[in-house]
Design a protein around this ligand. Structure first.
Ligand code: NAP
Ligand code: ZN
Length: 335
């Protein structure tokens, strides 16, 4: 069997190096994908740096994969060689628990993450369970579509599950890889959309991507000025933020939902939640069914990642730009 070739971090925080590895045997329910594009999610950087204390090295990151089916196992139905597919954070689950049976595989306790341990998509090929290889609508160019497989689904699912629509006032915290897609999806759903950002130079582009309003959060009184304003606030930021102010910015029955994981525990006075029946929740990626729906919604509504392309060999340059919050708005590796 010939080896697959990619890039791996040899140890926590180290630059990625060329890395060859033997793939797992192709199971009857698996597909082998020849990768053409892979987005660089901030989670890849968290994994390289072992921020979550779960990384195993050498570590091949990458979980916003687009490619074509090179080979399909004997039991695979509905996918054929040559077909374009995408793979996100999840590439396996138990298939038998109540969550898998109910089509919420992303909540399965035995979720297999594409690149943790991997090997993930910063490589020329990958083998995954066919259930998690999602056909990509023709209208979506591969480079713009790759970031939808993790960034897109992670923001689409909570907006959709919250019932966001024309009546909703939505705030998106962070205009990064996830946030710039959240602005577009929330706008496509008909909401009034506000971007919260530490980067004032992102204002014009945030507005072009769907924000009606832009709040520069480094200005000290900015959050106090929007008390009682939002039905749903989505945080895409992995930093400790003034959560009490964001809960105060919710209207009655409003929800603050985290998809970025802050380093510290949240501290909130009980009164912040009790008055106004407010909720604080979290959300993790989405199911294969939701991925199909999200890609269709993106294709129909012109939701596209704004990308910076890098050849795979420049993966460390791409990761460096992610670390410094320089990317506008998603780095994508091209093979
Ligand atoms: P990203 O592209 O780096 O964007 C994050 C944005 O957060 C930045 O662009 C910046 O936006 C803002 N930010 C950065 N540092 C900040 C700080 N100290 N204070 C306030 N804002 C700050 O990252 P991403 O790929 O979108 O991922 C965001 C987070 O979501 C990561 O932690 C990732 O692990 C997590 N994630 C979770 C899931 C899930 O299933 N729940 C899935 C994918 C990713 P501004 O410049 O606009 O302030
Ligand atoms: Zn991700």
């Amino acid at each position: 069997m010939s080896a697959f070739h990619g890039y791996a971090a040899p140890a926590a925080g180290k630059p990625l190096e060329p890395f060859s590895f033997q793939p797992r045997p192709l199971g009857s329910g698996d597909v082998e994908i020849a990768i053409s594009h892979c987005g660089v999610c901030h989670s890849d950087l968290h994994l390289v740096n072992d921020d979550w204390k779960m990384s195993r090295y050498p570590l091949v990151p990458g979980h916003e994969i687009i490619g074509t089916v090179a080979e399909a196992g004997s039991a695979v139905r509905g996918l054929v060689p040559g077909q374009r597919v995408g793979v996100g954070w999840q590439s396996g689950s138990c298939g038998t628990c109540e969550w898998c049976e109910g089509g919420e595989e992303n909540l399965c306790a035995q979720l297999q993450a594409t690149c943790a341990p991997g090997p993930g998509g910063f490589a020329d090929r990958i083998r995954v369970s066919a259930r998690f290889a999602i056909p990509v609508p023709e209208a979506l160019p591969s480079r713009d579509a790759a970031p939808l497989l993790c960034g897109g689904i992670t923001v689409y699912t909570p907006l959709r599950e919250a019932g966001v629509g024309a009546h909703s006032r939505v705030g998106i915290i962070g205009v990064g890889g996830l946030g710039h897609l959240a602005l577009q999806f929330a706008r496509a759903m008909g909401a009034e959309v506000t971007a919260f950002s530490t980067s004032p130079d992102k204002e014009a582009e945030a507005r072009a991507m769907g924000a009606h309003r832009f709040i520069a959060t480094r200005e000290s009184s900015a959050l106090k000025a929007v008390r009682n304003s939002f039905d749903f606030i989505l945080s895409t930021v992995a930093a400790d933020l003034p959560w009490k102010d964001y809960v105060s910015a919710l209207r009655p029955r409003g929800t603050l939902c985290l998809v970025g994981v802050p380093p510290s525990a949240l501290s909130l006075p009980g009164f912040a939640l009790v008055g106004g029946n407010k909720k604080v929740t979290g959300s993790t990626i989405g199911s294969p069914g939701q991925l199909r729906e999200m890609l269709e919604v993106a294709a129909r509504n012109g939701v596209r990642a704004r990308t910076e392309a890098f050849p795979l060999k420049d993966v460390n340059a791409a990761l460096g730009r992610v670390a410094r919050n320089e990317v506008r708005y998603r780095a994508v590796l091209e093979l």
